[in-house]
Design a protein around this ligand. Structure first.
Ligand SMILES: [Zn+2]
Length: 329
């Protein structure tokens, strides 16, 4: 018996251990690994997360096939899930590690404009929007089955490299649920996925200037975001930061803070500075994120935050490098 024949049953513990090892290896290579971790049975509970799952389950093709992914996503088989404009890339642990790629059409400008027009003057702040604290009318608009923010089945393409790939295997199903779970903690990723800026939905002049200028008053602070969504703004909360690195990054961050007015060698990591730097490079959030080795959502989130950010030393080093290469003002 070879032990590796097709269909060999691999105990859950064994394949989990294998997957963990592989993930650790990827992490060491500098990939920002983002597992889907669900505690309890509820996959998603927020307006956006639950909205995503309910929306997909409302289509019969999906309703029939999605359930097979539920156990998978709950037991932590989705080892990695990253969302970028128009695409979700994920790794799911099965008999081996499978690569899943889901394409989602970005929202057409005309469709986005229709949503904006309908919501005009009705959403008070980005906080309310992301928290899902919306009037019934706005909720109906953004989660409209045909014309809302969630994609239609014909805007979705599914791919998995497992041997029993048909239309929707359990790996793909698990990832689709994983997206819902991710939206619970990072609802802004839905907008990133559809490639539209949520700030454009906000009623007043309150928005997030990307260019230098006065800081907007209603921008979420790190504390706000952390307490509301339970996320750590120093990125990759699932990656334990070695004490040495953390110290280095804190030192670097405080060094940058102290000598803010002076010309420093270390990049001062604030949302404003990151937005300014990215603007200078002319890169999209996704490309910029790739340059500094983080996921686009982090860049997106940082740019919306106020105050100095605590970043990994390697991220800070990458930002410093970019700043040095394009020259300071
Ligand atoms: Zn599969």
């Amino acid at each position: 018996m070879s032990g590796w024949g097709w269909g060999r049953y691999v105990p859950v513990a064994e394949r989990r251990a294998k997957a963990r090892k592989k993930m650790e290896k990827l992490r060491k290579q500098g990939h920002a690994i983002q597992p889907v971790e669900i505690s309890g049975r509820t996959i998603a509970r927020s307006f956006w997360g639950k909205g995503w799952c309910d929306h997909l389950e409302s289509f019969s093709d999906y309703a029939n096939r999605l359930p097979r992914g539920r156990t998978y996503v709950r037991n932590g088989s989705v080892c990695h899930l990253e969302i970028e404009p128009g695409r979700i890339k994920a790794m799911v642990s099965g008999s081996r590690l499978y690569n899943v790629e889901i394409g989602i059409k970005t929202l057409a400008p005309a469709a986005w404009k229709r949503i904006k027009d309908k919501c005009s003057g009705e959403i008070g702040s980005i906080l309310e929007l992301l928290r899902g604290q919306l009037s019934d009318r706005v909720m109906e608009i953004v989660s409209d089955r045909e014309n809302g923010l969630f994609p239609l089945p014909n805007e979705i393409t599914l791919k998995c490299d497992c041997p029993d790939w048909a239309v929707m295997c359990k790996h793909v199903s698990a990832v689709l649920y994983g997206i819902g779970s991710r939206l619970d903690t990072e609802p802004e990723l839905l907008f990133l996925l559809r490639d539209q800026d949520p700030a454009e939905l906000i009623a007043s002049e309150v928005s997030f200037p990307v260019a230098e200028g006065t800081a907007p008053e209603e921008v979420l602070s790190d504390d706000d975001l952390s307490s509301i969504f339970g996320i750590e703004l120093d990125q990759e909360p699932e990656t334990p930061t070695p004490a040495k690195k953390r110290n280095a990054s804190q030192k670097a961050a405080s060094a940058g803070k102290k000598s803010k007015k002076k010309k420093t060698t270390v990049f001062t990591p604030s949302g404003k500075n990151i937005a300014r730097l990215r603007k200078k490079t002319g890169l999209s959030a996704a490309s910029f994120a790739e340059q500094i080795g983080v996921n686009p959502a982090s860049v997106y989130r940082w740019e919306k935050s106020t105050g100095n950010l605590k970043l990994h030393s390697r991220t800070l080093a990458a930002l410093t490098r970019i700043e040095a290469s394009i020259g300071k003002e």
